[in-house]
Design a protein around this ligand. Structure first.
Ligand code: CAA
Length: 379
C-alpha cells in the first residue's frame, strides 16, 4: 500500500488550498449570509482546470487522476463547503455521467463545454415523490419523431439555478418502475425549461439549489444517454461516484473546523492561560483529530477503488456515511469549544456546523448508505 501522494497530487492540494484561502475565505461568510453564489471565483476554478480535473485532455479536461479531484474537493470544502458541493455535483454527477455514459458526440459537445467553456452542470434525479425511493420518478419522456418531449418537475437540484447543462432522468412509462427511467442531456436554453422555487437553506447557503420545471420540453433524441430504460442504473452508478465527492466535502468541513478551533484555542485565554492548556479541552481535540483521520482513509480508499477500476459502491457508501457523521460530530464539538463565540457568525465554525448537516442527507441519506452496505453484506 502506498500512502504517499504523487507530485501531481501534491500540486493539486497546494493549488486548491491557495485558491481557497485567497479567493474563497474572504467572501465565504458573506455569501453564506446572503445566499449568493461566488460565480467569479467558480469561473476561476474552471479557468484553472480544477473543474475538468479528472477528465481527458481530449475533452478539455486536465487529465488528472480521480484522487487528485477528490483532494481538490476536500481543500475547497475546508474553506467553503457551498463551493465544494457545486464543484462535486458538476464534476461527479453531471460530467461523470456524461463521461461514462455519453456518446462520443455528446462528450465532444457537452463534456468539453463543461470542462473548458465555463459551463455549469447539474443532475436532475430527485422529485417531490422520488427522494430516497429514486425509482418513483414521475417526469415523463414521450418519443415524438426525432425528439423526446419531457414533462415534469425536479426538486432540491444543486446548481439548477445557475446551470447551463442538466442530466435529467425521466420515465418513458410510469408503469415500468426502474426499467422505464431514461437519462437525457438537457440544455438550459431549450424551450420549456425553467427554474422554479430556489431553496432557502440551513447550510451550504451559497450553493444554489432549486426546482427544474420541464413543460413540453423537446429534447433531441441524440441527447439520450445510454438506452431507453437504462437511466436508473446510470443514476445509481453515477451516485456511487458522487458519494465520494460528498465524503470529501464532509472531510474538508471537519478539517476546516478543527483548523479554526485550534487557532482560537491558542488565542483565547481563560483563567490566565490559553484554553488549549486545559488538558480536558486539548484531549477532546485529539479525539476529534483521530475521528477525522479515520474518515480520511475511508474517503481516499473509496477514491482509489474508483481510480483503480475496482468496485466502489460499498466503499463510497461507507466513506460518505462515516465522513458525514464525522463532520457533524466534529463541528458540533468545535462550536462547543468556542463557547459563545462558536454560536455567532464572527467565527466560521457556526457555518461549518450548519453546512455539515446536509452531508448526512444528500446523495442518499445515511440510512440509504446503510441499505447499500448491508445489502452488499447479505447478498
Ligand atoms: N450501480 C448500477 N446499477 C445499480 C446500482 C448501482 N450502484 N444500484 C442498483 N442498481 C440497479 C440494480 O442492479 C437493479 O437493476 P436490475 O433491475 O436490472 O436488476 C436496479 O438498479 C434496481 O435496483 P434496486 O432494486 O436495488 O433499487 P431500489 O429501487 O431498491 O433502490 C436505493 C435502492 C439504494 C434506495 C436507491 O433508490 C437509492 O440510492 N436512493 C437514494 C437516491 C439518492 O441518492 N438521491 C440523491 C439525489 S442527487 C443529489 O442529492 C445531488 C445533490 O443535489 C447534492
Amino acid at each position: 500500500m502506498n500512502f504517499e501522494f504523487t507530485k501531481e497530487q501534491e500540486l493539486v492540494i497546494q493549488t486548491a488550498r491557495e485558491f481557497a484561502e485567497t479567493e474563497l475565505k474572504p467572501i465565504a461568510a458573506e455569501c453564506d449570509l446572503k445566499g449568493t453564489f461566488p460565480m467569479d471565483q467558480y469561473m476561476q476554478m474552471s479557468d484553472m482546470g480544477l473543474i475538468g480535473l479528472p477528465f481527458s485532455t481530449q475533452y478539455g479536461g486536465a487529465g488528472g487522476d480521480y484522487l487528485s479531484y477528490i483532494l481538490a474537493v476536500e481543500e475547497i470544502s475546508k474553506v467553503d463547503a457551498s463551493v465544494g458541493i457545486s464543484y462535486s455535483v458538476q464534476t461527479s454527477l453531471c460530467m461523470g455521467a456524461i463521461n461514462t455514459y455519453g456518446t462520443e458526440a455528446q462528450k465532444q459537445k457537452y463534456l468539453s463545454a463543461l470542462c473548458s467553456q465555463r459551463k455549469i452542470g447539474s443532475f436532475g434525479l430527485t422529485e417531490p415523490n422520488a427522494g430516497t425511493d429514486a425509482s418513483g420518478v414521475q417526469t415523463v419522456a414521450v418519443k415524438d419523431g426525432d425528439h423526446y418531449v419531457l414533462n415534469g418537475q425536479k426538486c432540491f437540484i444543486t446548481n439548477s439555478p445557475i446551470a447551463d447543462i442538466f442530466v435529467i432522468f425521466a420515465t418513458i412509462d410510469r408503469n415500468l418502475g426502474t426499467k422505464g427511467i431514461t437519462a437525457f442531456i438537457v440544455e438550459k436554453e431549450y424551450e420549456g425549461v425553467s427554474i422554479g422555487k430556489i431553496e432557502d437553506k440551513m447550510g451550504i447557503r451559497a450553493s444554489q439549489v432549486g426546482e427544474i420545471i420541464l413543460k413540453d420540453c423537446r429534447v433531441p433524441a441524440e441527447n439520450m444517454m445510454g438506452k431507453e430504460g437504462r437511466g436508473f442504473g446510470i443514476a445509481m452508478a453515477t451516485l456511487d461516484g458522487g458519494r465520494i465527492g460528498v465524503a470529501a466535502q464532509a472531510l474538508g468541513i471537519a478539517e476546516g473546523a478543527i483548523d479554526e478551533t485550534v487557532k482560537y484555542m491558542k488565542e483565547r485565554k481563560q483563567f490566565g492561560k490559553p484554553i488549549y492548556k486545559f488538558q480536558y479541552l486539548a484531549f477532546r481535540m485529539a479525539d476529534l483529530k483521530a475521528r477525522v483521520e479515520q474518515a480520511r482513509y475511508l474517503v481516499y480508499k473509496a477514491a482509489m477503488d474508483k481510480q483503480l477500476g475496482k468496485p466502489y459502491a460499498e466503499s463510497a457508501a461507507i466513506a460518505k456515511m462515516v465522513a458525514s457523521d464525522c463532520a457533524m460530530y466534529v463541528t458540533t464539538h468545535c462550536v462547543q469549544m468556542l463557547g459563545g463565540y462558536g454560536f455567532i457568525k464572527d467565527y466560521p465554525v457556526e457555518r461549518m456546523m450548519r453546512d455539515s448537516k446536509i452531508t448526512q442527507i444528500y446523495e442518499g441519506t445515511n440510512e440509504v448508505q446503510r441499505m447499500i452496505i448491508s445489502g452488499a453484506m447479505f447478498r
